[in-house]
Design a protein around this ligand. Structure first.
Ligand code: BG6
Length: 494
């Protein structure tokens, strides 16, 4: 179906860093539907050609493998258009409506034919969402073929998230509002669904009787870079745990949905969020560790501490690391610890989910029990995605041999090679096609805030602030102590 994709915040970071490269990849892979136009809107005056040149220039800053050749860019750029908009002015929305209604000649569409789908992607600062949604509604830019895509952060607490959702709901139906969590677009997350519900092998084991604990790590080696002002208002809990880590947790812990329909899946995810053990000030003090990176050296180079980063106040208590322990309080998971951890300036860029199985009940082989000897399934999201199943095996060297750990490794890039698509590419294509499975519903998002809020409140009332940690480490030592208390260890310590 032909489409018009309107990018609000058309000259911003998200647009040129993530969305344009993703759209170009989709174009290059022949996955963008025919008859498409992409319109960037922003504050300043530019012509279409000036905007095309601006984006071309920005492509030099993205990963080399994702940069287009001149020829390929010229073909892609035919779809790109630009329009100046003052987001507070109703007449500018009327102009946008006309642009959509009178398309002129578009490759792949009959002359003057309107797009079958209109996707409005709000890649702006979230404080603009209310005004944009109100104006879109008032201008009648909310007809059934229109979908609005909202980028995180959606609010900074429950009340502000509800406020945004109310404004969005006053203009759009829930099925028209697509809340992005780009982690849900990552191929490994698709594979998690496939692993659990497309195969009979794991589901019987996917429960408290067989699983000892589950660890979700979203570690980054970079610091906050030039985003100090945004990050200092946000912190790791809001930036990564409230959304990405909790979404992964729901995919791991959810019951099998009755179908692959968006709402069947989102209903099950919501139940998980509602089953998470609520935090109290006491359990925050016991089960949540926050940290902040100090200056030091990383990869042999001196790096700044968080407090010395650009646009960060020197007395900031903002956390750049969080580790926490929670439980999903239902029959399947009662008593199984779920450990979540994220941070900047950690030892590696490493995002993974580790499912640690229980040890054998009665070891008959020497060396088949004890630390690090139980089976584990590692779902890797980053830097590469893949699956590793850790087993113990006999080397076959005869005698009363010790068992050795081996792993079955699945490399999806090798298996599916050129057919793979990245997170934003997948989500943009889904938004255009109206597939909602991978977008977050307002009730999920609000429930995640409801769960996170007591942590924010407890921290606000706690004068001690985050614990320091060295760049290149795995965070404060208290994060190791948190899991050691249960007799467990993080994956890198096993
Ligand atoms: C974003 C956060 O949502 O995710 C960033 O705002 C973080 O702080 C980024 O760096 C990580 O995404 P990815 O896909 O690089 O792991």
């Amino acid at each position: 179906m032909s489409f018009d994709l309107i990018l609000f915040g058309g000259t911003g970071d998200l647009t040129w860093r993530k969305l344009m490269p993703a759209l170009f990849q989709a174009f290059r892979h022949g996955k963008l539907p025919a008859g498409g136009r992409i319109l960037a809107v922003a504050r300043d005056e530019r012509s279409d050609d000036e905007y095309r040149a601006f984006i071309k220039e920005r492509f030099t800053e993205v990963e080399e493998s994702k940069r287009p050749s001149d020829e390929a860019y010229a073909a892609f750029a035919q779809m790109l258009h630009y329009r100046r908009m003052d987001l507070a002015k109703p007449e500018h929305y009327a102009g946008l409506k006309d642009w959509i209604a009178t398309p002129g000649a578009v490759a792949g569409r009959a002359e003057g034919e309107r797009a079958g789908t209109v996707v409005l992607f709000l890649a702006t600062s979230p404080h603009l969402f209310p005004v944009i949604c109100e104006q879109l509604g008032a201008a009648g830019l909310n007809t059934p073929e229109v979908r609005v895509v909202l980028e995180k952060p959606l609010g900074h607490d429950l009340a502000s998230a509800q406020q945004i959702n109310r404004v969005v709901a006053s203009a759009f139906k829930e099925e028209q509002a697509l809340r992005i969590d780009h982690y849900l677009g990552k191929p490994a997350v698709q594979n998690l669904m496939a692993l659990r519900f497309g195969n009979a092998l794991f589901e019987p084991l996917w429960r408290r009787e067989s699983i000892a604990n589950i660890q979700i790590t979203l570690a980054e080696s970079i610091g906050v870079g030039t985003r100090g002002d945004f990050y200092d208002q946000t912190g790791a809990l809001r930036d990564m745990i409230q959304n990405h880590a909790l979404q992964l947790l729901t995919m791991i812990a959810m019951e099998p949905p009755s179908s692959n329909d968006a709402d069947a899946i989102r209903d099950e995810k919501l139940k998980v969020l509602k089953s998470l053990r609520p935090f109290t000030p006491e359990s925050v003090a016991r089960d949540v560790v926050r940290g902040q990176y100090r200056a030091g050296s990383f990869d042999g180079k001196a790096v700044k501490g968080y407090l010395d980063e650009l646009k960060v106040p020197p007395s900031s208590r903002c956390e750049t690391f969080v580790a926490l322990r929670t439980e999903v309080q239902n029959w399947r998971w009662a008593g199984v610890p779920f450990y979540l951890r994220t941070g900047k300036r950690l030892a590696a860029r490493d995002a993974q989910i580790v499912v640690n199985f229980r040890p054998v009940p009665h070891p008959i082989f020497p060396g088949s029990s004890g630390a690090g000897r139980a089976n584990k399934l590692v779902i890797k999201l980053q830097p590469e995605d893949g699956l590793e199943l850790h087993l113990l095996a006999a080397k076959g060297s005869g005698g009363n041999e010790l068992l050795s750990p081996v792993s079955l490794d699945l490399d999806f890039d090798r298996a599916f090679a050129s057919e793979r698509v990245g997170g934003y590419e997948r989500l943009l294509l889904d938004a255009i096609a109206g597939r909602l499975n991978l977008f977050v519903r307002s009730d999920e998002q609000e429930q995640a805030w409801r769960w996170v809020e007591p942590i924010l409140d407890a921290w606000a009332a706690d004068p001690t602030g985050p614990r320091p940690y060295a760049p290149g480490s795995w965070g404060p030592a208290a994060a190791s102590a948190l899991v050691a208390r249960d007799g467990c260890a993080w994956a890198e310590e096993q």
